[in-house]
Design a protein around this ligand. Structure first.
Ligand SMILES: Nc1nc2c(ncn2[C@@H]2O[C@H](COP(=O)(O)OP(=O)(O)OP(=O)(O)O)[C@@H](O)[C@H]2O)c(=O)[nH]1
Length: 344
């Protein structure tokens, strides 16, 4: 007789090296899956806050940036094409003001100006003109230019640091409404050690931010090639100037004013010969800025006084924009915001 043997089923082992490894693998895979699922469902950025201090700082910065954009709307009062923006180059003696103007003019016009004297107006884009002017280191020049500057390029010699002239000009700016200010560090090639150069750059940047505002733009010009600064650095600076938005200051957008480019004495030379202190008739040429001039108003000339105006008239623009040049070519009459007025 055959005997059937019944075996007990094999019991699965609940321990051992291999099993433990498999279980670990499985649990890891499960975790990964659940994490992926979680990320898909929720925005993982929402849980990225690790530090309350850092989050506070980020929130404050975001608010700062948002409030910076809150400006009252400014009505545009200029005629058709705006007058050139005035860029004043300020700094102590021998810091590189002339060199910077020369380099910028060479970049924009491809022309070499050996010694730029007085205001120089150039066309920097399709509908933008710029007037560059160097500020002398006397108080009168500083006060006069602080009144008309749209952008101030503040040159700082890195090997000297900040000097009295810089602080004087900043104080004057505060009185006349603060236009845009950009710092330019020169003479950086005099530092031979990189470590020291970086330290100086950082120190001057923080000092500049304390004087102007946190985050004010500071450019670094690392040295000279020939008689100008490096082409690439000048190109970067000019690009920055080209895209800059100049916000008109309240006083300037509510008053007429002129930065005089040319003066002509129209008095009879015979009269002057006979009496050098005779009353003179003088013609001033310049772009009218702010609001329109009325012939009846008195003109204030800094350092001279209030004088009656005899006449004010339009002149064709000596520096027309490319579009206007085309119009002139096709004999379209132009009315430019350039003024001449007679004083007696
Ligand atoms: N090594 C070095 N020399 C520079 C630099 N910038 C300007 N210079 C030199 O400094 C000297 C004075 O430069 P300017 O451009 O005439 O200075 P400035 O501020 O116009 O001088 P003033 O009009 O007399 O006040 C020139 O010999 C320049 O070659 C620079 O970044 N590095």
């Amino acid at each position: 007789m055959e005997r059937k043997e019944s075996h007990k089923p094999h019991r699965k082992s609940s321990g051992g090296k291999k099993l433990k490894k498999n279980q670990q693998k499985k649990s890891e895979m499960d975790k990964e899956e659940s994490r992926e699922k979680c990320n898909k469902e929720r925005n993982f950025k929402a849980f990225s806050m690790y530090s309350a201090v850092r989050a506070g700082r980020a929130a404050r910065r975001a608010l700062d940036l948002a409030t910076k954009k809150h400006h009252l709307p400014v009505p545009i009062r200029t005629v058709a094409t705006p007058p050139p923006y005035v860029i004043v180059v300020v700094g102590p003696p021998k810091v590189g003001k002339t060199t910077l103007i020369r380099s910028l003019i060479k970049h924009y016009t491809k022309q070499k100006v050996v010694k730029p004297i007085g205001p120089i107006t150039i066309i920097s884009g399709k509908n933008k003109k710029l007037t560059f002017m160097e500020c002398n280191n006397d108080l009168n020049s500083m006060i006069d230019l602080a009144k008309v500057a749209d952008l101030v390029l503040m040159i700082i010699d890195a090997s000297f640091g900040f000097e009295m002239e810089t602080f004087e000009f900043l104080n004057i700016l505060q009185v006349h409404g603060f236009p845009k200010v950009m710092g330019v560090l020169t003479h950086l090639d005099l530092f031979k050690q990189n470590k020291r150069l970086n330290k100086i750059k950082k120190r001057l940047k923080h000092r500049f931010w304390t004087e102007i505002y946190q985050g004010a733009k500071l450019f670094y010009l690392s040295g000279m090639i020939g008689d100008g600064y490096h082409r690439r650095e000048i190109m970067n600076l000019s690009r920055f100037i080209s895209v800059m938005k100049f916000r008109p200051l309240v006083w300037r957008s509510t008053h007429p004013y002129v930065l005089v480019d040319r003066v002509e004495d129209l008095t009879d030379p015979e009269l002057v010969k006979r009496n050098p202190t005779t009353a003179r008739t003088v013609s001033f040429y310049g772009y009218s800025r702010g609001i329109s001039f009325k012939p009846s108003i008195k003109i204030h000339i800094p350092g001279v006084g209030d004088l009656p105006m005899k006449d004010v008239s339009f002149l064709p623009d000596p520096c027309p924009l490319p579009e206007e040049q085309k119009k002139v070519a096709s004999h379209v009459a132009l009315q430019e915001p350039l003024f001449t007025f007679l004083l007696c």
